[in-house]
Design a protein around this ligand. Structure first.
Ligand SMILES: [Zn+2]
Length: 50
């Protein structure tokens, strides 16, 4: 399923987090804070969760 996460929150799993606004993808490791989109500074990202 597709989940959303806000920038600054801890990534629940390692994988790609995509900006909800422009689609830019960022690889984030589990346990690390999810950064804001480097392309457009949007702070809501989406990711695939099983
Ligand atoms: Zn973006």
């Amino acid at each position: 399923m597709v989940c959303t996460i806000k920038a600054g929150e801890t990534a629940p799993q390692t994988g790609y987090y995509a900006c909800k606004k422009c689609g830019y993808k960022i690889m984030v490791q589990e346990g690390k804070p999810v950064p804001a989109c480097p392309a457009c500074s949007h702070d809501i990202l989406v990711y695939e969760s099983e």
